[in-house]
Design a protein around this ligand. Sequence first.
Ligand SMILES: Cc1cc2nc3c(=O)[nH]c(=O)nc-3n(C[C@H](O)[C@H](O)[C@H](O)COP(=O)(O)O)c2cc1C
Ligand code: SF4
Length: 400
Amino acid sequence: MEIFKDCIVGKIPMKNRIIRSATHDGLTDPATDGASEELIRKYVYLAKNDVGCIIQGYAIVSPDGKSNYPRCLGFYNPKAAESYKKLTAAVHDAGGVIVAQIAHCGRQTSSKAIGVKKIAPTAKRHLLYPDKARAMTKEDILRVENDFITAIEHAKEYGYDGVQLHLAHGYLLHDFISENGNKRKDEHGGSLENRMRIVKEILKGAREKVGDFPIWVKLSATDKRSKGMRIPYSVKVAKLLEEYGVDAIEVSCGSVQDGMNTMRSKRFPMDAIFAYREPLASMPRFINKVFLAAAKLFNPLIPQPKPLELYNVPAAIELKKAVKTDLIVVGGITDIKDMQNLINEGIAAVAMCRPFICEPNFAKKLKDGTATKSQCIMCNCCGLVIEKEPTRCLMGKVKR
Ligand SMILES: Cc1cc2nc3c(=O)[nH]c(=O)nc-3n(C[C@H](O)[C@H](O)[C@H](O)COP(=O)(O)O)c2cc1C
Ligand code: SF4
């Protein structure tokens, strides 16, 4: 199969098999949490530059699922509807395809950011978001299921080509399906089928409302949490997702608690951490500098997940053996040769995030043959910038 040829991935017609993986852009219109003009311009540029499908940065389904990153998209405010319709129309006019990723942050936010106590399948602390979550009641679960179903209806109504449920990176639905995040003793915990019940109910409810509108998922097929996601378990999850009628599975990994597992790098980007992460960023300048110098000394000694490239491919290959559902793989994909090999092996599409932050016209360069490999140096500074500002590439250089 060729990469740059018309194709259908997860029931969505696309002009090639290259996907911009969901990336929080930090370009929400603050008045509505909808799409700003800057976001529309950014996505039109990606569409004009040969990205086969843009997966929008995560849009939150319920106000108590908001992120504590600034300017995160939301699908809960009817006032945002027109901006999303304008966005999808602009991307379509530019020849592109756009899928809305929808999420609830669960424990990976702070009660301060959302204005109420945060919720999770089980009351449990998160290493990086230490205020304790409250365990969801059955009423909470029903409400969140309905919020996801409504968000899927909105995605169809707003003109998106499909929707992607965020089951990855430690957010609420990842917590539900993994034993690490879900210690419930009721019908939502204890067995794989019970942990998956919320996803099953969302999909069942959504299908009644949106028919065969494409519904994809992004799954952390592995993570580093104890009793977390491992490939044999994820194979079972994928089989259930296929049974529930999911149209494509994007294979990712990790949770925020895993450190740099989802987006791998040789080292922690210490300069960016000390410039953008609180409470470090607001420390008196002198103390910040001293701590940074000490952290930089120890940084090379901190082990990081390996390999740095193609790290979700083994999981994707195992899932592919088990299901007929289209599989998409993301994580450390940078080279056209690897992309072609993956497509030859039957992976439906390759997804990338940082390569498009670094070079938004990367797909066009690959198509024209003016580039064969991404210039992204995987420094991960962009992953810290988003704590305060819109996403951008720093190429390892933090101005202080
Ligand atoms: C700045 C930034 C924002 C991200 N936002 C999202 C997001 O909204 N939803 C999501 O599923 N993953 C998000 N990710 C993770 C990426 O989609 C992707 O899974 C990860 O970076 C690995 O792919 P890569 O090696 O091509 O960057 C984000 C990553 C970065 C660096
Ligand atoms: S800041 Fe730029 S070079 Fe560094 S990881 Fe992000 S996109 Fe790549």
